[in-house]
Structure formats: structure tokens, C-alpha cells
Design a protein around this ligand. Structure first.
Ligand code: GCW
Length: 836
């Protein structure tokens, strides 16, 4: 009898401190009051597979560990039917259970769950389906849901992948949580424990594939040694049913193979790729396939040889076809040297221009992977019209879990509501309902393949994404890819219960701040579809609205003294709106029928243009920025109400980030408002912009060893000026008298925190130390923003509840470190309840 009582190394290895490593799979003990009094669990777990790499085998171990963690009951685990004749939690494939026959009601990867007291049956159509069923059952009991269940769950789409933008040197493009778990020093590390743990998280939300390296791919991935390393990655993920794929560099036959060409129709190139593919499949027989970024942002591609993008995709499709693999071919193809003076030029049009004519030319194991919007993961975009333009082609939607343009995990932005607006966007192809989610699942145009690709970019940080709260995005992504019909708030609540427990207060606060976060971020960054207004020429993080225009990247806003927005109409603009099917095109063609939230995406209007709300565009811009920043101020306060309800480690980490976000939202608000005020000359009708009655500018303080400096862009410093120490081996002081009525205030100090130094600061009131801190956000937030004084590095600390008498003296001392000259911008002395 092979009975196993052992617990797996990491599931439910309830870590002493909550460092995030188990994500939502903590299997934390369920409080007594959430357990049914007469809970009758079956006597054993029966996982019908003896193959240790089978997800069914994994499901057995996971059930055992989960039940132990959640309910503190150790059930024996068996793998063969005759080993135990009592009541069971049975987990198996339908084939194994029904003597080789799959169940007619189940799709690939689908599962059936039958729960009764003392009897649980979990059947998967595939081995991984069985594991998904086990995770579903565990999720129920972890959330205290013990009711009987009879359900069949089928995935909406077959492709539910994640992409990692990991480089072989161990860095991650647009990753904000440390180094790669897949690569180090141009090779694959020996210890792949984190890779298995990642696969476990992915499997628990129904993800069945992962592309492990950056789309800006390195040809050296294909050396024999690295192919073996990829094999080890696949081995680590296989027990969780997560198949690996890789990104290819189109020029590899030349750069790695030494051929004179990488022409996709050249015989030697075809056989080079065929050989590489065969080697890969020899080591990884279940490899999912390839992902290709070609002729985009400097990447090589077939256009170099006057071959079509379809020729390029089909080259790989033929190579993987005998192995059952697929090719995800990215539609992110555009010219990044377009002429801003050309009023017809429009990057948003490029994907359709490149791909529409190729419809029907892709082999059937090619899937065109399309970013959700026509530009690039912006805070608000219409759905890409390409979804409606290539009906004979398999498509997948590309979403970003990593928050490249959306606060880089240093701002809380719960993204599922954004994804929902895109997935529910009705393209009205042929005047028929054509929701994006039905297109990518293959339902709308009867395509066989299709689905979802989410750019995740987890790193070595124990929180995976760099922030505990950001994990709700990964969780929701997987669940939506499985079934896009689910409510983002319900998904968030599931995640919260699994991550923090079922305390209604905790649930309430996490739900409230997360659901408010995307609208707030949109409000304090860029409104009406103008894009996020991040610095697109540098790190895509802080404000720099001018960076969007007058360059070849094509993320233009066309803002000038009089107006703002891209005219993308057919009648007077770039013609982009005409890429949508007629009904949608017509709606966006006219200002009257374009929804306000996409107004500036489709139209150029004067700042004085009056919206449906009765407000002018510029006044709405000002108001939205104030409202968004005000909402962000409530996040840390709401979170603080959970002190003692959440373990200290996660409580403090989240609190630090939410306070940081509240401060940076003010930087955003002021920079954007100031920028458009400078440009338009139209004042805020309520007089807030540029006037700050509670602020004292650093340049107006008595300065010792400090000098005035400008910042770039200018609007990212209050009053357009900051101060820095006179040299990098010195310290200095900024002192001011506080002429505010006596009372209790929150004192904020706005400064800049740069890469390249950790300056030291102290704030004193009448000589008494109030706060001491360092410019070390790079450690505290886990990633670095900028080497300069700008909208990325601008930040603030807040000292709460300071008792101030009129005439008190506030002094800040700064000690330089490295390149960080202890920069200061201003202080604000805020009466209780006042948002600066
Ligand atoms: O938005 C741009 C990102 C690049 C990324 C590219 C892409 C991986 O800034 O970092 O490259 O999109 O999606 O290919």
C-alpha cells in the first residue's frame, strides 16, 4: 500500500511571517466560527495517478496540504483505487474514472465538482482539469464555503497564457519585483523552486501556458545548454499543467546560426528553424509553442526581405505543427518614426494596416496576439479595431498585469474593471453582437484557437509582483481568462478572502480602495482617452505630458494653446475611426455620440469645448485631477483602520505604498494641472491650480548650503523650482517660521528621491526632532524610478497630527549621498481633513 502522509515542501508551509510567497494559496487556518459545526470530510484522498509529474498526482498532494492547513486535518492520500475502500475526496481525469471515456459535457481542461458530506468527486477532462477542480474545491473551503456543490466548469477559451518579459541576464523589461526567476547570467539557474511555486499559483487560476522570456528575445536562448535549461523549467512546471513556450528572435539563423540570411522563405533558414524546433521538442515534448515580436521597435522580421508578416508567422507554424505547437504572433507592429507634422499619420492605425490584408493567410496553428488597445496598455483606450478586421484568423488579447503605464505596482490600480470594459466592448462586426471576449475565444468568428496572454513579469521578490495588493490583478486575470463573464468585484472579494481572511472589515476596505483605484488613477493622470500622460520617453511612470508629442513614437495628444486631442475621424482626421465596423465607426466619428471617456482619443477640441456634463474640457481636467488625488488620500486612511486585523508585515508594507501613492497622486495632480494651465492660459474656475495656501516653497525658506534648481519637466516642482545641496559632500538646512493659527496639522515634506544615492533628512519643530528618513524608496518600493529631478522621483513624506503654535520654527536638514543632493521642493502644513 502506497499511502502518503507527507506534506509537500511549499504548499501550506505556513510561513511564520506573511511575506506573500504563497499568494492566495496560503491555506491559512479557518477560524472556528467559519467552520460548520458538524463538518464531515471524507476519510481519505484518492488521486488516481501514480505519475509524480501528473497534475492529478499534484492535485492529491495539494488537497492533502490544503486540508491540513485550512482545517488541521490530515487525510491519507492514495493513488490506486483498491488501496482504500472508505469515503474519499476522489480526484481523477474523466477518462480514468469512466474507463477511458471523456465526458461529453466537459471541454478540454474543464472539470466537474460534486461535493456532499463525506463524499467529494473532482473529475477533470484533462489531467490539468482535475488539478483545476481540486483548486476550486480548496478555494471554497478556504473561504468557508462548505455547501454541497454540483458543477461543471469549462474554460471559455483554450489559450490562457502568461508572458514574462525576462531577459537572459536576469533583468526584466517592465518588471517591478526584482530579478528574474527564470534566468541569471545568461543561463537558467539550477534552483527552480520559485518556478514551481509560480506554476502552482498559475495553475490555481487556470493558466495553462507561459512564455518565459522577453518578446525582445535573445537568440542565445537557443544554444544546446539553454535548451536543456528550458527543459528543466518545463519539468518544474509540468506537474502543474503549465506548458512553456518561448519568444524567438527572428534574426537567430543569422546571429546565432551564422547563416547569411534570416529570410523566412530561404531553404537554409527553414531547415535551421526546423532543426532548432525538433531539438526543443526532443527535450520538451509538450512545449506549447512560440511567441514572436517581428518588425516592431527594432526587432528583425520578414519585412526586411519583402516577405509578409504571415510568411514570418507560418515559418514557425510549420516547424511546430508536427509537434502540436502553436505560434502566437504579435500584432504590435508599428512604425515608431512617424512624422508628427503629418496630420494623417496615426500609430493607432498601424496594426490594422499591417494585418487586415493578411486575413486568411495564417496557418491554423497561428494566433495573432493583439494588445487590448490600438496604442499600448494606456489607462483608457478603445478596444483595438483589429479584433474585428481579421475574422478568418485566430486571435488572442494581450493584457498587462505588470503596471507599466499604470503606476508600476507602486500605485494600487486594480485592473480587472479596465479589462472588463475592453472584453465587453462590442465591435458590432456585420452589425451583429461582437464582444471582444467572444472574438478572442473563437465564438464570434468560429475560430478554433484563441484566448488570452497576460504580461505578468513576476520577479524574485517574495510578493511576486512587488506589492501584496497587486496580486489581485494576477488572480483576476486568470479567473477572467477562464470565464470573462465574471464580475471584477466578486473576483476581488474571493482574492481578498483567500489572501487576508474573511473579516468583513478587511473585505470592505480592500474592496473599496481597489474598486476606486482605476477611476482614481485615471482621474489624477490622463482623462478622456488622452492616455496616461506618463513620461513615454523615459520610464513610463511619473507625469510628463509634453513627452507624448513631437516625436516619432506616435502617442500624440496634439495639445497646443487652444485645444487637445487626436482627430481620428474619417472626415477631418487620421481616419482611424473608420477601421471599426460601421456602427462603431459612426459612433466615434461624431463628437456628440463619442462617450466622454474617449472624447480626446477620437477628437481634437478646444479646451473650452463644453461636455455633456456642462463643464468645459479644461475645467473637467482640473476637477478630475483634484478628485482623483483626493480619492487616493483616502486609501492609506482606510487601510489604517485595519491595523491589528492584518499581520504586521503585510499591514506595514501596504500602508507604506498607499501613503506613497497618496503623495505621488498630488505630484501627478499638480504637474498635469500646471502643465495645461501653462499651455492654455485658462485658469481653474475654482482657483486651486497654482495656488496653495498651506504650502511653503523650499526656495522661500532660509537656506544654508542649499541652492535653487529647476527640474525637468518644469511643472513637476511646485512653483517650478526646487532646491538641492551645493555639493555632494555636504549637508544643509532649510528653515521657516510657521505663520499658521495654532492647532493640529499634518505636515508634508515634498522632495525628490533619485537613483544613485540615499540622502538623509531630518525635520525639526522648534529644535525637536519630528521625523528622520532617507531617500531610499528604491529599497522600500523595490524598484528605482529616475536619476533626475522629475515627475518620477518627486515624492512626499507626511507627519501626522503635529501640534503647531503660530510662530513655530520648522527646520529640515539634508545630508547628501552619492548623486542625491537631498533635494527639497516644498512643505505643506495641512489643517485636519484638508487635502493640500
Ligand atoms: O510598450 C512597449 C514597452 C516595451 C515592450 C513593448 C512590447 C517588451 O514599453 O518595453 O517591449 O511595448 O510590448 O513589445
Amino acid at each position: 500500500m502506497r499511502v502518503s502522509w507527507g506534506l509537500l515542501a511549499f504548499p501550506a508551509a505556513a510561513s511564520a511571517i506573511e511575506n506573500g510567497i504563497n499568494g492566495w494559496l496560503r491555506y491559512a487556518p479557518l477560524p472556528n466560527n467559519e467552520r460548520p459545526p458538524n463538518l464531515r470530510l471524507p476519510g481519505a484522498i484518492m488521486a488516481l495517478s501514480t505519475n509524480k509529474t501528473s497534475p492529478v498526482y499534484t492535485a492529491g498532494q495539494e488537497l492533502q496540504a490544503g486540508i491540513k492547513g485550512i482545517l488541521n486535518q490530515t487525510l491519507p492520500l492514495y493513488h490506486e483505487p483498491d488501496e482504500w475502500l472508505g469515503s474519499t475526496i476522489l480526484v481523477a481525469t474523466t477518462g480514468e474514472f469512466h474507463g477511458g471515456k471523456p465526458a461529453a459535457t466537459l471541454a478540454d481542461d474543464g472539470y466537474l465538482l460534486h461535493v456532499r458530506p463525506g463524499n467529494v468527486v473532482i473529475l477533470g477532462q484533462t489531467e490539468r482539469g482535475a488539478l483545476y477542480g481540486a483548486f476550486d474545491y480548496l478555494s471554497r473551503i478556504a473561504q468557508g464555503r462548505f455547501s454541497d456543490a454540483d458543477l461543471i466548469a469549462n474554460p471559455d477559451a483554450p489559450i490562457r497564457w502568461v508572458n514574462q518579459w525576462d531577459n537572459m541576464d536576469g533583468s526584466i523589461e517592465r518588471g517591478y519585483a526584482g530579478a528574474s526567476i527564470f534566468f541569471r547570467n545568461n543561463t537558467i539557474p539550477k534552483d527552480l523552486n520559485r518556478v514551481s511555486q509560480y506554476a502552482r499559483l498559475l495553475a490555481s487560476i487556470g493558466i495553462n501556458g507561459i512564455v518565459v522570456n522577453n518578446v525582445n528575445a535573445n537568440a542565445n536562448l537557443l544554444t544546446d545548454a539553454n535548451i536543456d535549461g528550458l527543459g528543466r523549467i518545463a519539468d518544474a512546471m509540468r506537474p502543474y499543467g503549465v506548458q512553456i513556450g518561448i519568444s524567438l528572435n527572428f534574426a537567430s539563423p543569422q546571429t546565432l546560426g551564422g547563416l547569411s540570411t534570416f529570410d523566412p522563405l530561404d531553404r537554409s533558414v527553414i531547415s535551421w528553424w526546423t532543426d532548432k524546433t525538433n531539438r526543443l521538442y526532443r527535450r520538451i515534448p509538450d512545449m506549447a509553442g512560440y511567441l514572436v515580436k517581428a518588425n516592431s521597435e527594432g526587432q528583425a522580421g520578414p519585412l526586411t526581405y519583402n516577405r509578409t508578416l504571415a510568411d514570418g508567422a507560418n515559418l514557425f507554424a510549420k516547424a511546430v505543427q508536427p509537434h502540436g505547437g502553436i505560434v502566437m504572433f504579435r500584432a504590435f507592429v508599428y512604425d515608431n518614426h512617424i512624422n508628427p507634422a503629418d496630420l494623417k499619420a496615426d500609430r493607432a492605425k498601424h496594426a490594422v494596416e499591417f494585418f487586415k490584408g493578411l486575413d486568411g493567410q495564417f496557418l491554423d496553428n497561428v494566433v495573432v496576439q493583439i494588445k487590448y488597445g490600438p496604442i499600448d496598455f494606456q489607462v483608457r483606450e478603445p478596444a483595438s479595431p483589429l479584433f474585428a478586421n481579421i475574422p478568418q484568423t485566430n486571435t488572442a488579447i494581450e493584457l498587462q498585469i505588470t503596471q507599466e503605464y499604470l503606476g508600476q505596482q507602486s500605485h494600487l490600480v486594480y485592473l480587472a474593471p479596465l479589462w472588463e470594459t475592453i472584453l465587453n466592448f462590442d465591435l458590432r462586426a456585420d452589425d451583429q453582437p461582437s464582444l471582444v471576449r467572444d472574438v478572442v475565444a473563437g465564438h464570434r468568428f468560429s475560430n478554433k484557437r484563441g484566448g488570452y496572454a497576460g504580461v505578468v513579469n513576476v520577479g524574485t521578490n517574495t510578493t511576486w509582483l512587488g506589492s501584496h495588493l497587486a496580486m489581485s490583478n494576477l488572480y483576476a486575470y486568470g479567473r477572467l481568462a477562464w470565464n470573462p463573464n465574471q464580475d471584477p468585484q466578486a473576483l476581488l472579494e474571493d482574492w481578498t478572502r483567500l489572501t487576508f481572511g474573511s473579516d468583513p472589515l478587511v473585505l470592505g476596505v480592500v474592496t473599496e480602495i481597489s474598486m476606486a483605484s482605476w477611476p482614481a488613477y485615471e482621474n489624477y493622470t490622463g482623462n478622456f482617452g488622452i492616455q496616461t500622460l506618463t513620461d513615454i520617453l523615459y520610464t513610463h511612470y511619473g507625469p510628463n505630458p509634453a513627452s507624448q508629442d513631437n516625436n516619432g513614437w506616435g502617442q500624440w495628444t496634439r495639445a497646443d494653446h487652444n485645444g487637445i486631442g487626436m482627430d481620428r475621424t474619417v472626415s477631418t482626421g487620421t481616419g482611424f475611426s473608420g477601421q471599426y465596423p460601421a456602427e462603431v465607426a459612426e459612433k466615434f466619428e461624431s463628437i456628440e455620440t463619442t462617450p466622454d471617456d474617449l472624447l480626446l482619443w477620437f477628437h481634437h477640441v478646444n479646451y473650452t469645448h463644453v461636455l455633456k456634463s456642462g463643464k468645459s474640457v479644461i475645467q473637467h481636467f482640473y476637477d478630475a485631477h483634484y478628485a482623483g488625488a483626493e480619492t487616493a488620500q483616502t486609501f492609506p486612511i482606510a487601510w489604517e483602520s485595519l491595523r491589528n486585523k492584518i499581520d504586521t508585515e503585510r499591514f506595514n508594507d501596504v500602508l507604506f505604498r498607499l501613503r506613497y501613492q497618496a503623495g505621488h497622486s498630488i505630484v501627478w495632480r499638480d504637474s498635469i494641472c500646471q502643465f495645461y494651465y501653462n499651455l492654455s492660459g485658462i485658469p481653474d474656475s475654482t482657483g486651486r491650480v497654482g495656488k496653495h495656501e498651506y504650502r511653503i516653497e523650499a526656495e522661500a525658506m532660509a537656506l544654508k548650503n542649499y541652492k535653487l534648481t529647476g527640474v525637468n519637466p518644469v511643472e513637476t516642482a511646485s512653483n517650478l523650482t526646487a532646491v538641492v545641496l551645493v555639493s555632494n559632500h555636504t549637508s544643509g538646512e532649510a528653515t521657516t517660521k510657521l505663520n499658521f493659527d495654532s492647532g493640529k496639522y499634518d505636515v508634508t515634506i515634498n522632495y525628490f528621491d533619485l537613483i544613485g544615492g540615499k540622502a538623509h533628512y531630518k525635520a525639526f519643530l522648534n529644535g525637536k526632532l519630528l521625523l528622520e528618513w532617507a531617500g531610499d524608496l528604491e529599497d522600500k518600493l523595490g524598484h528605482t524610478f529616475s536619476t533626475k529631478l522629475d515627475g518620477h522621483s518627486a515624492t512626499r513624506v507626511t507627519i501626522r497630527d503635529v501640534q503647531i503654535q503660530k510662530g513655530d520654527v520648522l527646520k529640515i536638514t539634508g545630508v547628501a549621498d552619492g548623486n542625491e543632493l537631498a533635494p527639497l521642493d516644498y512643505i505643506a502644513v495641512l489643517p485636519q481633513g484638508v487635502v493640500d
